[in-house]
Design a protein. Structure first.
Lengths: 321, 284
């Protein structure tokens, strides 16, 4: 069982570096893993895999729609294709290709999407997708995962390769604290409890999990006991864990680097409104596009900072009946 | 050596099936299905090595993908007539709880279908993927894919058109149904496509031409394309007449996506010999 004390940063690396390491490890273990990229092999931190297995690497050029179709075709004969590009070009740009050729066709394709969210930074709103979790969650049969640090991303890659079915794996660009212990088991669809508490539930995914840990430390100092849970798999949602925590605390905060509509917050609200109606606060972007800037200053400007999580938790506690 | 007369007899029955499928549910796309009948019969009854007991992975088999999924009535008929599923099931075309969806899908588990199609422009990419997989696994069989000509207006097609020659997909055969028609009218009026032969040659494909309503020529060209291994993918520009086999449906886009009424269906069927036995269908 993890506790706040055990969740200390052991250094910084990007989640996309975790993807690269996980891909190499999955490639070592499974000789049917094939990587495709749409002109972003460097950004995807995949050189180790490409150098080890050049015959299992397919350079698509800047043609994401074709990449999704080629991946679907590869999977028919038994390959495990991993498509790689930025999250924006992995989802909205190719939604119909994913819908028809992958999801509806039940294809075992892994859509690996980097540079998601505001933390992509300086490139600005054209590239900062904040709607992708919602889009992908809507597709029947699609598994949606947003790991929170290097170690968890690496473990998630292994897990999706060993799972049969279409998956969307969302990770990011910036160097970010590594705090999930390396030996932590990654189970698709299973929430990861980070700290037990009784006053408020904080459900967090992706980069904001680290901020939620820091917020929880502050809240505990102020005497508010936090039930902190990492939801790395947004679909299928670990409903049992969400319901049990909400039942225990009676107040909920969701934290994600995504629009307030359609993402983790929506998934939790859908679950709780049905099974355990609970006051909920959303730490998410407020139905807006992003802009250029540095990763952490953008998170702060758009209301996704540590102080925003603390405020949301207090507000949720205040709303308890 | 192909028995052309026998293949023509099969084609006549397949055309009857198409009319009866579309009449039965009063929807669907008879025009393109009729025009492509000879191609489908040639592929499934003569050219391709394939196994109707159906295994999705198709190791050691030639594979066909239908990218323009709306001509599903001909696909279903040929799959049923070549043993993938019972011919009687054709009567369920487009009905509720059927495996024969309006557009082909793997989702209902219909044997013979390996990818969903309907939203246009996606099949060539899928075929490229399977052609690469076969090469990676040392399987020297050929991957065929059919698109409509109007479908060539989709942008994704041209991504795949760049990709296949760059990757020397010599085991890939793209067939374009060049019937000059699309839903809103002649392709030259809707959005001019120009010369497919010139375009694909410029992209680095081997280009072949054939009359897709001439069984002898269709088989000859398909066999040549299947066997060819020269480092280039093949594009066959196939001339067909939409509605071929039924005089009042020939050469017009009016029957692209429209079902005949009872009188029209009976007129059509009177022009097509029943050779293998019709599937049971009430009222016709």
């Amino acid at each position: 069982m993890l506790t706040l004390d055990k969740l200390q940063s052991s250094g910084k690396k990007a989640t996309r570096d975790g993807f690269g390491a996980g891909l190499k490890a999955a490639g070592d273990k499974h000789d049917n893993v094939v990587m495709l990229t749409a002109d972003l092999r460097g950004s995807m931190k995949s050189e180790e895999f490409i150098n080890a297995y050049p015959d299992r690497f397919i350079q698509m050029g800047i043609s994401e729609a074709n990449m999704m179709g080629v991946a679907a075709g590869l999977s028919i004969g038994g390959k495990i294709p991993m498509t790689t590009t930025f999250a924006n070009f992995s989802t909205g740009r190719v939604y119909d290709q994913i819908r028809q050729s992958i999801a509806y066709s039940d294809k075992n394709v892994k859509i690996c999407a980097s540079h998601a969210g505001l933390t992509l930074g300086e490139d600005g709103a054209t590239h900062q997708i904040l709607e992708d979790i919602g889009m992908m969650r809507m597709l029947p049969g699609m598994t949606v995962i947003n790991p929170c640090d290097y170690n968890q991303t690496k473990a998630a890659v292994q897990a999706i390769v060993e799972y049969e079915g279409p998956c969307y794996l969302r990770f990011g660009r910036p160097s970010w604290p590594i705090f999930i212990p390396e030996d932590t088991k990654f189970e698709i669809g299973k929430a990861l409890p980070l700290s037990e508490g009784t006053d408020v539930s904080i459900f967090a995914t992706g980069h904001l999990v680290w901020y939620a840990v820091e917020a929880a430390r502050e809240l505990e100092k102020e005497g508010i006991s936090v039930d902190l849970i990492n939801i790395h798999t947004i679909k299928p949602l670990d409903e049992e864990a969400v319901i049990a925590s909400a039942k225990k605390t009676g107040a909920v905060v969701s934290c994600e680097e995504h629009n307030m509509y359609g993402g983790l917050g929506s998934a939790i609200a859908e679950c709780l409104s049905k099974h355990q109606p609970t006051a909920q606060e959303y730490v998410a972007t407020k139905d807006t596009f992003g802009e250029s800037g540095e990763a952490e200053e953008l998170l702060e400007k758009y209301g996704l900072g540590v102080k925003d999580i603390i405020a949301a938790a207090k507000k949720a506690v205040g709303r308890k009946k | 050596m192909a028995d052309i007369q026998e293949l023509k007899r099969i084609a006549s029955q397949v055309r009857r099936d198409i009319i009866r499928e579309v009449y039965g549910c009063q929807s669907g796309h008879p025009g393109g299905a009729l025009g492509n009948t000879d191609l489908f019969v040639a592929l499934y009854f003569e050219v391709m090595k394939h196994d109707p007991s159906f295994n999705m992975e198709a190791h050691g088999e030639d594979v066909f993908f239908l990218s323009n999924g709306h001509i599903s009535p001909v696909f279903y008929s040929v799959l049923a007539r070549s043993g993938y599923f019972p011919v009687e099931e054709l009567r369920t075309f487009r009905a509720i709880n059927s495996r024969l969806q309006g557009h082909p899908t793997t989702h209902e588990g219909l044997p013979g279908i390996r990818i969903a199609s309907g939203s246009l422009g996606q099949g060539v990419s899928v075929a490229c993927g399977m052609a690469i997989q076969k090469r990676m696994d040392g399987d020297d069989r050929t991957v065929f894919v059919l698109t409509g000509d109007g479908e060539q207006q989709e942008g994704q097609i041209w991504e795949a058109a760049l990709f296949a020659p760059h990757n020397k997909l010599e085991n890939l055969v793209l067939i374009i149904d060049d019937n000059g028609q699309q839903i809103d009218g002649p392709t030259r009026e809707v959005l001019r496509l120009g010369s497919f032969a010139d375009k694909y040659a410029a992209f680095g494909w081997d280009v072949m031409q054939m009359d897709g309503n001439n069984m002898e020529e269709t088989i000859k060209v398909l066999q040549e394309a299947r066997a060819k291994r020269n480092g280039k993918p093949t594009c066959i520009v196939m001339k067909t007449e939409m509605g071929m086999g039924v005089d009042f449906m020939v050469g017009t886009h009016h029957w692209h996506g429209k079902a005949p009424n009872k009188e029209q269906a009976e007129d059509a069927l009177s022009q097509l010999e029943e050779t293998l036995g019709d599937f049971p269908e009430e009222g016709i």
